[in-house]
Write a protein that binds this ligand. Structure first.
Ligand SMILES: NC(=O)c1ccc[n+]([C@@H]2O[C@H](COP(=O)([O-])OP(=O)(O)OC[C@H]3O[C@@H](n4cnc5c(N)ncnc54)[C@H](O)[C@@H]3O)[C@@H](O)[C@H]2O)c1
Ligand SMILES: [Zn+2]
Ligand SMILES: [Zn+2]
Length: 383
């Protein structure tokens, strides 16, 4: 089959790989019909995530058709078209039972923090991902959810990650009616977090990035304010000034390890890899939230350490909430929101490319070329 193949930092290509097989009675094999590239893939692409092995296929955002099931599968049927959450979850462990499907204790034997994730290095279980024609889906009766009839596949594929992550970013912010919410990052996740902040009662939503076309996009899509941090002396002072020097009620970090904006963080976090990515947005979030406020972090940092202003967290009495999104927990509500027109995720898709052009798609998304917000790749059998 055709599959994306990681060859080393900033080097990916399309290759022939063996088709996946059922390895466990609870597996299914899915024929991929859409897969996306995510900001999370850029951490792998840029070599920021340890134990990202040459030969791995990335891709944790995909939908497709079930073509084979293991002997213990009861709910899923061959022929079902499914949304596959990016987290791999057993559904039965202590954490899954609490709805913490991103922290499953069974699906990632390598770690005690994150659960398994498709195509996300051996620190997240070493599973091959969905930027391919076929993919093996473990615990297939747990995560995969049948796409409701009539749902546009472009909406469905964004329910695997972007919509739940943006929604959970706002949810973890504990937004109260009238709150001012500041979001660092105007990628797909920041854009969706901005849109969802209104659903929780925000009174004012401000997005900060440096890529002008993304600021323009989020202003229109999420009906919010959007500003370029490269035009500010200091983004923290900017946020304080615009909130009567109080700070924002809630600040969301939707940037993660690839952050720019602070030379020291960029050199230590991205060039020398002395820390697990640049923590610039996390810094700005802690310093621009009000005393007693909430910082919600969905931006991803690699294991294990970052330079982080812990003293300010303590002295300001800040609550920090963070996690990988718990996609399965949120799916029923978010499918409703898409079907009722409350959320329109497919508007984020700016690029539809053949799977064979995976290297170009990574380059365009990574370098923010051609007004790219979100690329979706379509394998030959789905075209
Ligand atoms: N927690 C989860 O479950 C989860 C799920 C999906 C994605 N993520 C993470 O969310 C983050 C965003 O994902 P995405 O797909 O939107 O990525 P993206 O790379 O498309 O967007 C990131 C944006 O941040 C901007 N940026 C860089 N430095 C900044 C700074 N200092 N302040 C403000 N903006 C800055 C970039 O210009 C870019 O537009 C990534 O870290 C990704 O790994 C987390
Ligand atoms: Zn993703
Ligand atoms: Zn579990």
């Amino acid at each position: 089959m055709l599959a994306m193949n990681y060859r080393g930092p900033q080097r990916v290509r399309i290759d022939e790989k063996p088709e996946p097989k059922i390895l466990h009675p609870q597996d299914a094999i899915v024929r991929v019909t859409r897969s996306c590239i995510c900001g999370s893939d850029l951490h792998l692409y840029n070599g920021n995530v340890p134990d990202t092995r040459v030969g791995m296929t990335f891709g944790h955002e995909f939908i497709g058709e079930v073509i084979e099931i293991g002997s213990e599968i009861q709910k899923l049927k061959v022929g079902d078209m499914v949304i596959v959450p990016f987290n791999i979850a057993c559904g039965k462990c202590h954490f899954c039972k609490q709805g913490l499907f991103g922290n499953c204790h069974e699906s990632n034997s390598q770690a005690t923090a994150v659960g398994g994730i498709f195509g996300y290095s051996h620190t997240a279980g070493g599973y091959d991902g969905g930027q391919a024609e076929y993919v093996r889906v473990p615990y297939a009766d747990v995560g995969p959810t049948v796409i409701p009839p009539g749902m546009d596949p472009d909406d469905a594929v964004l329910l695997t990650d972007v919509v739940p992550t943006g929604y959970q970013a706002a949810e973890m912010g504990g937004i109260q009616k009238g709150d001012t919410v500041v979001i660092f990052g105007a990628g797909p996740i920041g854009i969706m977090a901005a849109r969802c902040s209104w659903l929780f009662g925000a009174g004012r939503v401000i997005v900060i990035d440096k890529v002008e076309y993304r600021l323009e996009f989020v202003r229109n899509y999420a009906n919010c304010e959007a500003y370029n941090y490269e035009e500010m002396d200091d983004p923290v002072v900017f946020v304080k000034k615009t909130t009567d020097w109080m700070g924002a009620d809630v600040v969301i970090d939707a940037v993660g390890a690839e952050a720019t904006g602070n030379v020291m963080q960029t050199i230590t976090g991205r060039k020398l890899l002395l820390q697990a990515g640049s923590a610039t947005a996390a810094h700005w979030a802690v310093n621009s939230v009000k005393k007693g406020g909430i910082v919600s972090i969905v931006g991803i940092y690699g294991p294990t350490d970052n330079l982080f202003p812990l003293g300010n967290v303590v002295n300001k009495g800040i609550t920090i909430r963070a996690n990988q999104a718990s996609v399965k927990r949120l799916l029923p509500r978010l499918i409703d929101h898409v079907q009722n027109g409350i959320l329109n995720p497919k508007a984020l898709i700016t690029h539809r490319v053949p799977l064979e052009d995976v290297a170009d798609a990574y380059h365009i998304f990574s370098e923010k070329l051609d007004n790219c917000i979100k690329p979706v790749m379509i394998p030959p059998s789905a075209r």
